[in-house]
Design a binder for this molecule. Structure first.
Ligand SMILES: *[C@@H]1O[C@H](CO)[C@@H](O)[C@H](O)[C@H]1NC(C)=O
Ligand SMILES: *[C@@H]1O[C@H](CO)[C@@H](O)[C@H](O)[C@H]1NC(C)=O
Ligand SMILES: *[C@@H]1O[C@H](CO)[C@@H](O)[C@H](O)[C@H]1NC(C)=O
Length: 557
């Protein structure tokens, strides 16, 4: 969804407070051409921080974001706004209480950097990107996972597209540094996030047994057997590009990866249903994935693209040529989408930069710049759950052939006694922010139930075996009783919830349990849930008392 900003009166209070700080500090400073201590200490904070989190969540960044045009903070969210305001003021005070170490003086002499810091302080549209540049210039963004030779890599495992057969996985490495050997696909990222390379290949594994392929212990549940998976959507851990309004309150930067790591040995797969980390450049994604354990990374990952994965600010109305148009996303997550069946893993026919170069009209350029749909549609069986992932950003006429094929396959798989449940998975909860007409997750479910995708999905809906999951509205809630669920309470505002959902389909029962972790009213049981997950042999059976049962359905025929 779109981001929020503070009500106007808060905004003016902030600006006034900031001007006050800057004013007081400048007046104490002799030479107005060098950086004021106000700016220097912010820079020092970013420089001395271990990673980039302190940098990104600095008051400076937040001010930059809250001042962006067109952002709203509805009046019913006053409590959250108050939390945000307090946090901001606390940070400002902390920063300005600190003395000035010698290294800052050194920094102050660098006027080129100084002007960037000032640019970051300038609360005008577009400067929201500047704090990251500042961080990098003051070397606050050192990464403990960087090796001396600058090499880095991160594993992705996705289940192969259903048409390849069950026992196949796509194992990929997103990496930097010297070229890796031994993968069928091995290329620099194309169009966006080009600091990364991708090595990728499909391998056969033995389901129900850990199989080592490409240096990774891959686990694929047996075909037709129950499986356990984690669903999240819209995870935010940083306000670098988009205001992650509740990230600091819920501590999502530490907690989301820690929780996934705590669960990893008890789950078969995990899923992020879009708006993956609100990233423009790939660096937030890299940093988040560095916090995941090898075990978590070896688990099968499913994902679908959201509005922020096409346009960082979340809507085609505010998109620019710098946006990724799905290109960074599709390469970083390396799903085995339909494109990979037809060619060399991806369909790169749409070059976003060329699209802009050949269109006079920016509105039309934005519309045409999205990577091809075949990069975002996939389907496969995960134990006994058939998943169909799609993106709402393409119109129905374009999407329908894929969905009809997926439905035919899902019905066959159900009839063969292998799939017990079929899940339509997409990001958008509503037909807005770049979703095409009637293409959101609930709309697609309605189309399926009404037979618009053919008789197969219609039948699956009629016998209560078709479900949908979505993100976009930042809540963890049941959308349609027994049928549709939203799992996007991961740090953005809206419902003010932080929660994580687990689907367990073992023992001929589908149990979907939502575990509330924290909310904006002061509730916080994160530590209890974390401990339980860490010790549990069965997440749902052992820790279910901490959650809400969203679905408890017999899978008997
Ligand atoms: C660009 O195209 C859109 C859609 O056709 C149209 O509404 C808009 O007026 C055009 N803008 C300009 C500047 O021509
Ligand atoms: C690749 O994408 C282009 C542009 O969207 C499309 O015209 C073409 O049919 C796609 N190719 C395949 C093999 O799907
Ligand atoms: C399946 O049900 C049996 C009997 O109720 C129970 O002992 C077992 O723990 C259950 N297994 C799972 C994975 O839930």
């Amino acid at each position: 969804m779109m981001e929020w900003s503070l009500p106007t009166r808060w905004r003016w209070r902030f600006v006034a407070a900031l001007l006050c700080f800057v004013g007081v500090i400048i007046s104490r400073h002799e030479d107005p051409t060098v950086l004021s201590p106000s700016v220097s200490s912010l820079a020092e904070e970013t420089r001395s921080s271990a990673g980039c989190e302190a940098c990104r969540s600095s008051a400076l960044t937040k001010l930059g974001f809250t001042s962006k045009e067109g952002w709203r903070w509805p009046s019913e969210k006053e409590a959250a706004a108050g939390e945000f305001a307090k946090d901001l003021m606390r940070r400002l005070l902390e920063i300005h209480r600190a003395g000035l170490p010698g290294s800052v003086l050194e920094f102050e002499r660098r006027e080129d950097i100084g002007s960037e810091v000032w640019a970051a302080l300038d609360l005008s549209e577009g400067t929201a990107y500047a704090p990251r540049a500042v961080c990098q210039r003051v070397a606050a963004c050192s990464d403990p996972n960087d090796r001396d030779d600058g090499s880095w890599s991160s594993v992705r495992v996705s289940h192969a597209h259903a048409s390849r057969g069950y026992p196949y996985v796509r194992v990929s490495r997103v990496y930097q540094g010297p070229a890796l050997a031994g993968y069928e696909y091995n290329a620099l990222f194309k169009y966006r996030w080009q600091e990364f390379q991708l090595a990728s290949q499909v391998y056969e594994v033995v389901p129900g047994r850990a199989t080592r392929v490409a240096g990774v212990d891959v686990w694929l549940p047996s075909m037709g057997e129950g499986s356990v998976g984690v669903w999240i959507a819209d995870p935010c851990v940083s306000s670098e590009f988009v205001l992650c309004a509740l990230g600091a309150l819920f501590r999502t930067y530490e907690r989301t990866p820690a929780l996934l790591n705590a669960m990893a040995s008890r789950v078969d797969y995990w899923a992020i249903w879009g708006d993956n980390l609100y990233d423009l450049t790939g660096e937030l994604s890299r940093e988040f994935f560095d916090r995941l354990s090898d075990e978590t990374l070896s688990r099968i990952l499913m994902t679908t693209a959201g509005n922020h994965d096409y346009f960082v600010d979340g809507s085609p109305k505010v998109a620019t040529i710098n946006d990724q148009y799905g290109n960074g996303f599709m390469q970083f997550y390396a799903q085995d989408a339909v494109a990979a069946l037809r060619g060399d893993v991806f369909n790169f026919s749409v070059d976003p930069d060329r699209t802009f170069a050949t269109h006079d009209n920016a509105t039309l350029a934005v519309k045409a710049a999205k990577a091809d749909i075949s990069n975002f549609v996939w389907w496969h069986l995960m134990g006994n759950v058939a998943y169909v992932g799609f993106s709402s950003a393409y119109d129905f006429a374009t999407t329908r052939p894929y969905m009809r094929d997926a439905c035919a396959w899902a019905r066959d798989t159900y009839d063969a006694g292998l799939a017990q449940l079929v899940v339509l998975a997409a990001h958008w909860s509503a037909n807005d922010d770049g979703a095409q007409y009637g293409m959101s997750a609930p709309s697609m479910y309605d189309r399926a139930a009404a037979g618009e995708l053919g008789a197969d999905c219609e039948r699956l809906a009629a016998i209560d075996r078709l479900k949908f999951v979505e993100g976009h509205t930042h809540c963890n809630e049941v959308v349609v009783e027994r049928t549709g669920f939203v799992v996007a309470g991961q740090g953005m505002s809206d419902c003010g919830q932080y929660a994580i959902a687990v689907l367990d389909t073992r023992n001929a029962t589908a149990k979907l349990v939502n575990f509330p972790l924290a909310d904006t009213r002061g509730f916080d049981q994160y530590d209890i849930v974390f401990d339980c997950f860490l010790k549990a042999t069965n997440l749902v059976a052992d820790c279910g008392y901490l959650g809400e049962i969203w679905l408890d359905q017999s899978l008997d025929r």
